[in-house]
Design a binder for this molecule. Structure first.
Ligand SMILES: [Zn+2]
Length: 438
C-alpha cells in the first residue's frame, strides 16, 4: 500500500490548527506540541513562506477569505466539522478543490499520480486522515476511493503533492520528498481520559543520525589476502553504532540495507528526505596500487573548511573520541574532499575511514570484534558529544545549550530554499557556501 490511513473518533481525539512560523519539521512540531498525529495542510508561498488562502487560527483570521470553498472548522473544544468560512469560529482552513461534500463530488479533477494529504469525515464524526508519500505516489481517485471505503461522506484534499508529510501514529509517518518545510498543519491530540491507542507513541528522539555504511555486495574493496571486505565491515559497524546511539535515545536511519548498494546521490537523498541532524559515512581506506602498503590509521573527511563549520566541529568531536579510545589516528584534524555524500547532504556530514584495509597493521584490527566495538563506541561518543546527548540524560540537551541552537544547526543550510524546482540554484548556493564560510 502506498499510503497511510488512520481513523480518529472524536470522543477520543481533538484537533487544532498550527501555524509553523518557526519552520519546524513534523518531528519537531510533534515534540513541541505533544500531538499524537499531524499532517500538513495547503497553500503557502514557496519562496516567501506566507499563507495564501483562508485560514483562521484561534479565532483570528491569519489569511482573509479571498474565495469560497469548503474547509475544516474546529471549535474551541477541538471538534472538527466540514463547512465554509461562514461556520468558522476558532480554527478554519480552506481545502483544495475538488472536494466531496455529503457524498457529492464538488467539481471534477484528477491531480495525477502524486503524494497527497487528505482528511475525510464519517457521518458519526470520526475523522479519517490519509498521508501519501511523493515517493510512492497515488492517483487522487484511488485515495478518495480509499476514504469512501472507510465510510467518509466529506472528503477534503490538502495540497500535499510535492510536500505531503506528517505522522498518523508510531511508525505511520511520511517524510517530505525534498527539503520543503510546510507552513500550516492539522494537529491531532488524544482527549484527556481517552484510551491509549494500542501502540502508544514512544518517546521520540529530537535527533536523527543518518548512518551510511559504504559500498555493498559485489564491491571488491578489501584486503590483498582476501580476509577482509570493506562492505561487510561497513555494514557491521553500522549495526554496532546504530545500537549504541539508539540505546542513548538517538534515532538512527541507514542509507542502505545489507544486500543493496545504492548510488552516492541516493544515499545523500535518504538523509535529506529524512531531515537528518547529521550524516556519518562508514568506510575503510586503501593505499597503493594493489598489494600491501605502509599507510595506516584512522582519518575523517568533510567537504570543506572552515574548522568552525558544524561538519568540522562534528569531525573534531569524533577525532577526540577516537584519540581518547587509543585509536591510531592518521590525521588529527579533518581532511577535506568534495565526496558526493559530503557535498550533496544538507546537514553536517562526515566520512570516517576507520583504517587501511591495505595495511598489515590495520587489517587484523579491522577484523577484530573487540576493536570494532571500540570504534563503534567512540563513534557514538563523538556523535553524542556533538548532539549534546549523554548516557545519563538520554535525550536532554546539555546545560547552556538550548534546543533552539541545535535546531538552528540543522537548518543552517535547509532554510535557504525549500523548493525542489529550485534544486539547481540550491546546489549552486550550497557549493558557494561550502567554499567560503559556514
Ligand atoms: Zn570505502
Amino acid at each position: 500500500m502506498s499510503y497511510i490511513i488512520q481513523e480518529f473518533p472524536q470522543d477520543k481525539y481533538r484537533f487544532r490548527l498550527y501555524d509553523n512560523v518557526k519552520r519546524l519539521t513534523w518531528q519537531q512540531i510533534q515534540a513541541e506540541t505533544g500531538c499524537c498525529a499531524l499532517l500538513n495542510l495547503a497553500y503557502f508561498h514557496l519562496t516567501t513562506y506566507a499563507h495564501q488562502a483562508a485560514l483562521m487560527i484561534a479565532g483570528k483570521w491569519v489569511h482573509p477569505v479571498t474565495w469560497h470553498e469548503y474547509g475544516i472548522c474546529i471549535d474551541q473544544s477541538g471538534t472538527l466539522t466540514v463547512g465554509t468560512e461562514k461556520e468558522a469560529v476558532y480554527d478554519y482552513a480552506i481545502g483544495c478543490p475538488p472536494v466531496v461534500i455529503n457524498n457529492v463530488d464538488k467539481g471534477k479533477g484528477e491531480g495525477g499520480r502524486n503524494g497527497w494529504t487528505y482528511t475525510g469525515v464519517k457521518p458519526d464524526g470520526t475523522v479519517v486522515a490519509l498521508l501519501c508519500s511523493k515517493d510512492t505516489p497515488e492517483y487522487t481517485a484511488t485515495l478518495e476511493a480509499a476514504l469512501r471505503a472507510r465510510g467518509c461522506t466529506h472528503i477534503l484534499r490538502w495540497d500535499g503533492s510535492w510536500s505531503s508529510q506528517g505522522a498518523l501514529g508510531p511508525g505511520k509517518a511520511v517524510t517530505p520528498s525534498q527539503r520543503r518545510i510546510c507552513r500550516s498543519w492539522l494537529l491531532i491530540y488524544e482527549r484527556a481520559g481517552a484510551e491509549t491507542p494500542e501502540d502508544k507513541e514512544e518517546n521520540m528522539s529530537k535527533y536523527t543520525v543518518c548512518l551510511d555504511p559504504g559500498h555493498g555486495p559485489g564491491t571488491v574493496n578489501g584486503s590483498p589476502d582476501g580476509s577482509y571486505q570493506e562492505h561487510e565491515f561497513a555494514w557491521d559497524m553500522y549495526e554496532r553504532v546504530s545500537k549504541l546511539l539508539e540505546a542513548r535515545g538517538v534515532h538512527t536511519i541507514c542509507t542502505r540495507t545489507e544486500d543493496t548498494k545504492p548510488s552516492l546521490t541516493e544515499r545523500a537523498g535518504v538523509a535529506n528526505r529524512a531531515g537528518a541532524t547529521c550524516f556519518v559515512s562508514l568506510h575503510s581506506n586503501a593505499a597503493g596500487n594493489g598489494g600491501w602498503y605502509d599507510a595506516d590509521g584512522l582519518e575523517i573527511y568533510t567537504s570543506a573548511g572552515p574548522e568552525t563549520a558544524e561538519r568540522n566541529v562534528l569531525a573534531a568531536e569524533l577525532l577526540k573520541a577516537f584519540g581518547a579510545a587509543g585509536v591510531a589516528l592518521r590525521a588529527s584534524t579533518a581532511k577535506h574532499e568534495m565526496y558526493t555524500v559530503l557535498a550533496e547532504t544538507d546537514m553536517p556530514a562526515v566520512l570516517i575511514e576507520y583504517g587501511f584495509h591495505t595495511s598489515k597493521t590495520d587489517v587484523p584490527l579491522l577484523l577484530s570484534g573487540d576493536y570494532r566495538d571500540k570504534l563503534a563506541t567512540a563513534t557514538a561518543d563523538g556523535v553524542c558529544k556533538w548532539l549534546g546527548v549523554s548516557w545519563a540524560d538520554g535525550n536532554e540537551p546539555p546545560a547552556g545549550e538550548t534546543d533552539r541552537a541545535i535546531v538552528q544547526r540543522r537548518f543552517n543550510f535547509a532554510d535557504e530554499t525549500m523548493d525542489y524546482l529550485e534544486a539547481y540554484q540550491y546546489a549552486d548556493a550550497l557549493l558557494r557556501r561550502l567554499a567560503t564560510a559556514d
